[in-house]
Ligand binder design. Structure first.
Ligand code: GYE
Length: 329
């Protein structure tokens, strides 16, 4: 309990530092509401800076707010729900026009979303979902279908091992525990492979969507399991960390161990083109322009679609080589 309180206090300090550090560059949580200059003010609570995907997503949101003439108040929650709740409460106090956020985990949002609703501030979910039963707590949810992404990963694997009967030992690096992409990429993948008993998930653990944790967990997987045929990582960064661990163990990533990841950020695509990853399911982080359109619409009181899906594709090694030169993130 004491420990818990201490970590909450420490997190508060981090958030405060983020608030002050952002001053003057349009990133601050604090400051007066921007409504007096006639501009729309958007309070955005970001998950963190855990991956290449997230960096590209933040850039997309900041750049498109600037070009849409929207006053953006931006806070990085360092992958902590308590920081996101604090940021949202602060946006409510500042009476921003619209709140948008990418929820780090799916559960536990109803209370703060009810506060936003009571203050008449529309909320837009970007990238990740919440599990609230009350759909009036937010106007729309814009982002990918993570179940479909997991299914695409599973379908590729089923095809890759078509006609073979030997057991296929799979290890899985899961995203942040309790997050929508970790839950859904896992269930979509497992759904596609479960019909064939040769596919065996022999280990599955979170690597928190980061390179460092991906590497560390893969090291442990390699030590505990002499025969790993396939790695399924819920994002490129964990896959890239795992590649380092595989190489350090004297094995060839992409050959001795086949690797499937999700995102298709530049570093992932490069590893795919280099033959170290075998297949990537794309997840686009470029949500900024659509988000700003939605912000304007909800501010104007227009009705918007409750679910807006991002279009995305998949990449083989040959397709990655072709797409790399024009890749934006
Ligand atoms: O795949 C991962 C990031 O929520 C879709 O979060 C996003 C995921 C993305 O950390 O790299």
């Amino acid at each position: 309990m004491i420990l818990h309180r201490m970590s909450a206090a420490a997190a508060g300090v981090v958030l405060l530092a983020a608030m002050t550090a952002g001053c003057g560059n349009g990133n601050e949580v604090g400051g007066a509401s921007g409504t007096d200059d006639g501009k729309i003010t958007l309070g955005f609570s970001q998950v963190g800076a855990e991956s290449g995907w997230r960096t590209a997503n933040t850039k997309s949101i900041q750049e498109s707010a600037a070009s849409a003439g929207i006053d953006l108040k931006f806070a990085d929650a360092q992958q902590k729900q308590e920081n996101q709740i604090k940021a949202i409460r602060s946006y409510i106090t500042q009476k921003v026009d619209v709140i948008a956020f990418s929820p780090v985990v799916e559960t536990g949002w109803d209370a703060v979303l009810q506060e936003a609703k009571a203050a008449n501030i529309p909320v837009i979910l970007t990238d990740r979902a919440v599990d609230s039963q009350d759909k009036t707590l937010y106007k729309t949810f814009i982002g990918s279908d993570f179940v479909v992404e997991g299914q695409k990963a599973g379908e590729w694997l089923v095809k890759e091992y078509e006609g073979k009967t030997a057991p296929v030992n799979i290890v899985q690096l899961e995203g942040t525990t309790g997050s929508a992409p970790a839950n859904d990429r896992k269930s979509g993948f497992e759904e596609k492979i479960k019909a064939d008993p040769k596919f065996k998930i022999i280990a599955s653990q979170t690597g928190k969507f980061t390179r460092a944790d991906g590497k560390e967990v893969m090291e442990a997987f390699l030590k505990a399991n002499p025969k790993i045929d396939v790695l399924y990582a819920h994002n490129d960064d964990m896959g890239l960390g795992a590649i380092e661990a595989i190489e350090a163990a004297g094995k060839k990533p992409g050959v001795d161990i086949k690797i499937i990841t999700v995102d298709a950020v530049k570093d992932g695509m490069q590893a795919l083109a280099d033959g170290k990853i075998n297949f990537i399911v794309e997840c686009s982080p470029l949500l900024g322009p659509q988000l700003m359109e939605l912000v304007k619409k909800v501010k104007a009181g227009e009705t918007v679609e409750p679910r807006i899906l991002t279009e995305e594709t998949t990449f083989t090694q040959a397709q990655a080589k072709e797409a790399l030169p024009n890749r934006k993130y």
